[in-house]
Design a protein around this ligand. Sequence first.
Ligand code: TYD
Length: 211
Amino acid sequence: MEILSNFAVFEGCDGSGTTTQLALLEKRLGLPAKNQAAPRFFPTFEPTRGPAGLLIRRALKKEIVLLPDTLARLFAADRTEHLYASGGVLAHTGAGELVVSDRYVLSSLVYQGIECGEELPAALNAAFPAPELLVFFDLDPVIARERLQSRAALEIYEYLEFQTLVRERYHALLPACRESGSRVEIIDASKRPEEVAEEVWSALQKMPIFE
Ligand code: TYD
């Protein structure tokens, strides 16, 4: 499988801290004085804020109802724009920047795999390049649920039974990610955010872009 250089992704169940960790990384890499050797950084996320991503977010918030297969197709369409549109992921990796995305293909294989069966998301996502590094934030869904409780409203996938399946499916699919050529780092996300951030940092530092 094609590996996209300079590209890393964060994956994990809802409440595992991927978004928090991307923000902490942005802080760290956004301090050029302290990090003169650091590459230029482009943090990004899926679902995106593009048209398909916005539709997905409305469905996640239960504002509109879509069939699981429709949602699987929208995630793949959103990803196509995310990667290939002007100013997208490929433009940045190609310019020698470090791109880190909060969620990518594996989210679809896990979440839509549970809802639609594995065939459709596998077919829809087969052509996307694999990331050089995949950081999986591993967290007990019970702890993740406690973290999510403080949010105003829960989204369609944010209930314990589903998140338990999500964690199992991530663990089941990580070996295949390794076989596809991505470096996979599993991080214990129950630690304090600062400790997790240190582990994320050392995982990233092994990317050739930091050499
Ligand atoms: P999330 O990163 O939790 O966004 P936010 O922090 O803004 O709530 O992602 C939103 C949800 O979308 C999350 O439950 C995972 C789900 N998702 C999929 O089901 N498939 C996908 O391909 C992606 C990228 C996300």
